[in-house]
Design a protein around this ligand. Structure first.
Ligand code: NAD
Ligand code: LMR
Length: 334
């Protein structure tokens, strides 16, 4: 049986970077045939149709079927893996509240369509920004038919960015770094935390102290360079490339789904999941944590120490998520 994967915003930039890798087996593995449903709005249909033509031309052995539609009920029909990429970008002069309202108009109906037509084992990752609160809206609209914990939001890109920065600084391979955590929102308030991280089995904090001549200087580097660099990397990419991150975002979305389904095999990753109050975060908001999966869904890594400075950073990001939830509550969508 082929697995049904729905990609929204399939005619956009991230869609184009995602689809071919998904169809090649990079996300579900080399033995899992799949069916792609590409959901767009009418203005994006030609681009999605063009991508579908190219997918056909690749003759991927695992790709059983492709459907392109602008009807969410059709797009989510039988969906088992939902990748919600299409979103309304912030326009000139648009306030955050306007952005949340515009996206509520997308993610509310999509959540309802998921409840109406997706498969009973559906899992959804939201990529489109503001990703955490868009996931909250979709989950609320899919309730009670779909359990809220089937909805997650992408902070794996932030996690991988943190690893990339550490690997470059410590001059080790990215694969040697473990135990990084992204706490909070996928926004500039996020807290990328290395206090539990190791590089080639050695504590990152100790390695940074060696490089920066002492623990205090290492802390300064973390506060003044590392944290802002990771938290503002999206803006840096926009400034340097002239448009937002695409291939790295698609890569992170694939890794998010792959690891949730296949399991994280002893390592941590980061993902935004519905809080059940872990680390004192209010219930119900979609918050990034260090997580593991045994293949049945992401679970928060519990019991980690957060010192006062870490706690303050995490709390500030959680406060932003709470404010976003209040803004969409005022709209009556959650
Ligand atoms: P893009 O503008 O190239 O593509 C977006 C596509 O979504 C367009 O084709 C548009 O027609 C489509 N779309 C809009 N509304 C839709 C709807 N209701 N249903 C289906 N499709 C719809 O943008 P992009 O570069 O592909 O980025 C997509 C989103 O991902 C943006 O919101 C961006 O900010 C976000 N993003 C998130 C992360 C992350 O780490 N979470 C990283 C990078 C980008
Ligand atoms: C990113 O982290 O690269 C994006 O979320 C930035 C953006 O605003 O699209």
């Amino acid at each position: 049986m082929a697995t049904t994967v729905t990609v929204t915003g399939a005619g956009g930039q991230i869609g184009y970077a995602l689809l071919f890798r998904i169809a090649s087996g990079a996300m579900l593995g080399p033995d899992e045939p799949l069916r792609l449903r590409l959901l767009e709005i009418p203005q994006g249909m030609r681009a999605a149709e063009g991508a579908a033509l190219e997918l056909q031309d690749c003759a991927f052995p695992l790709l059983a079927d492709i459907e392109v539609t602008d009807d969410p009920r059709v797009g989510f029909d039988g969906c088992q893996v939902g990748m919600l990429v299409g979103a309304r970008p912030r326009g000139p002069g648009m306030e955050r509240a306007d952005l949340l309202a515009a996206n509520a108009g997308i993610f509310g109906p999509q959540g309802a369509a998921i409840a109406a037509s997706a498969a009973s084992d559906v899992r959804v990752v939201v990529v489109g920004n503001p990703a955490n609160t868009n996931a909250l809206i979709a989950a609320a609209s899919a309730a009670p038919d779909v359990p809220a914990d089937r909805f997650t939001a992408l902070t794996r890109l932030d996690h991988d960015r943190a690893i990339g920065q550490l690997a470059a600084t410590l001059e080790v391979g990215a694969g040697e770094i473990d135990g990084v955590a992204i706490w909070g929102n996928h926004s500039a308030t996020q807290f990328p935390d290395v206090s539990h991280a190791t590089a080639a089995g050695r504590p990152v904090l100790a390695l940074l102290a060696e490089r920066h001549s002492g623990a205090e200087a290492a802390e300064r580097w973390l506060d003044d360079e590392f944290v802002p660099r990771v938290a503002r990397r999206g803006a840096e990419i926009i400034e340097v490339r002239g448009s937002s991150s695409v291939a790295s975002a698609a890569n992170a979305a694939i890794a998010h789904v792959r690891d949730e389904r296949a399991g994280t095999t002893g390592r941590w990753v980061s993902a935004a999941v519905v809080s059940h109050g872990e680390y004192g975060v209010p219930d119900g908001i979609v918050c990034s944590y260090p997580v593991t999966s045994d293949g049945s869904g992401y679970r928060v890594v519990e019991g980690l120490d957060l010192d006062a400075r870490a706690r303050a950073r995490f709390d500030a990001s959680v406060a932003e998520l709470v404010a976003e939830r209040e803004a969409v509550q005022r709209l009556g969508v959650v």
